[in-house]
Ligand binder design. Structure first.
Ligand code: PLP
Length: 392
């Protein structure tokens, strides 16, 4: 695999990410620490994680502030988002939305100007309304074609989602980040779809890499999690203070499951990306399937920029079937692909995205998350389901 930035390949780095120093007779990955408070004699130690403090955020005082299981996971994610960079500071949250809210709500004040993608994750719509309610001006523009560039004058924060969910458009992160920084704006990138093995926003110029760990990062559909990684001490401290204030903390068991899942991140994302490409190519051969999108397809509109800034193209394939009824018959006829929302799991899933009403997509639009099954089995299943759906 491609060099990970500190000499070792991705597969080597993920199995060791965030592990403590080896100690005789101790487990390689210590189990979850279930503690609401810690022994704390005398005066409390200085608030951890602030400027000049330990970037891992120790010592431990109270369970809403910190936990050793979070520390291990935060160190692991930091190593993956910013290999070899000791200053990277990661804060884990109860969900991706908790992480997104921490950046958007901890940094913005009345009069600020925030630029969001118009085609991003569907909860950015209520987020926009909330920000506007707080007196923040919100502008939106599509991800494709770097259209957010036009909205940057006077901006204080630029929010990028690339590839976008569910449309799979891509923007040039470096170009947008440079333009935003010239105007004094901070830049956050939602890295959920790519995972840190697929894309490293901080190296592309972003101030924050933000993601839902619920999807491909943990990959088994059994954990909700989010994180924010940034280098700047003050930005990191304000994200961490937000977590403590709002209390959107992950459970120690979830944090431990997530850390355990990271060991297979390279295997999962490599298999999912190759399966996704094979599925996309097979779907394209079918006349009833249109607008097949996957950033790894060499002639996809997003491919050229994606190939410059991404190291893996992810597990999501989107396509459009003739109408709502066709899509519903197709989904019901699949044997190996479960009908479910979310993506990134080891088991393939798909859904008719229009059923939620939030995204601007055709009624027959399907978002498929390709798992780690055998590609030939998945393709055979998709072909059979298309035949069944076509018979009406
Ligand atoms: C799922 C998702 C989120 C929200 O994450 P949760 O863990 O469900 O809160 C945010 N951004 C993107 C791109 C997502 O796909």
């Amino acid at each position: 695999m491609v060099d990970g930035g500190n000499g070792d390949g991705d597969g080597t780095r993920v199995v060791r990410a965030g592990l403590p120093e080896e100690e005789p007779y101790a487990p390689p990955l210590p189990g979850p620490v279930l503690a609401a408070h810690y022994h704390l004699p005398g005066d409390p130690p200085p608030e951890s994680f602030g400027p000049g403090r330990d970037p891992r955020g120790v010592p431990y005082t109270y369970g809403r502030d910190n936990n050793p299981t979070w520390t291990g996971l935060e160190r692991a994610i930091g190593e993956l988002e910013a290999p070899g960079d000791e200053t990277a500071r990661t804060t884990v949250f109860a969900s991706g939305m908790a992480a997104i809210s921490a950046v958007l709500l901890s940094r913005t004040k009345p009069g600020d100007v925030v630029v969001l993608p118009s085609d991003g994750y569907n909860l950015l719509i209520p987020m926009r309304e909330r920000l506007e309610g707080y007196g923040v001006e919100v502008r939106t523009a599509p991800t494709g074609g770097d259209a957010q560039l036009e909205a940057l004058d006077g901006a204080t924060l630029l929010w990028i989602e690339s590839p976008s969910n569910p449309g799979l458009d891509v923007c040039d992160i470096r170009r947008l980040a440079d333009a935003a920084h010239e105007r004094g704006a901070l830049v956050a990138v939602d890295n959920t779809l790519a995972t840190p093995l697929g894309q490293r926003p901080l190296e592309l110029g972003a101030d924050y890499a933000v993601a839902s760990g619920t999807k491909a990062l943990t990959g088994h559909g059994d954990v909700l999690l989010g994180y924010v990684t940034c280098r700047d001490e003050e930005l990191a401290a304000s994200v961490r203070l937000w977590r403590k204030t709002v209390g959107a903390i992950p459970g120690p068991v979830e944090a431990w499951l997530a850390h355990r899942s990271l060991a297979t991140l390279e295997l999962r994302t490599a298999r999912q990306a190759s399966n996704a490409l094979a599925v996309a190519e097979a779907l394209r051969e079918r006349p009833e399937v249109s607008d097949v999108r996957h950033p790894g397809l060499p002639d996809d509109p997003a491919h050229e920029v994606a190939a410059r800034q991404m190291r893996r193209f992810g597990c999501v394939v989107s396509f459009t079937l003739p109408d709502k009824g066709f899509a519903e018959r197709f989904l019901a006829a699949l044997r190996l692909v479960g009908e479910a929302t979310s993506f990134g799991g080891v088991r393939s899933t798909a859904e008719r995205r229009g059923r939620w009403g939030g995204d601007a997509v055709p009624e027959g639009f399907v978002r498929m998350s390709v798992g780690v099954e055998d590609a030939a089995d998945l393709i055979a299943d998709l072909r059979t389901a298309l035949d069944v759906a076509g018979r009406g």
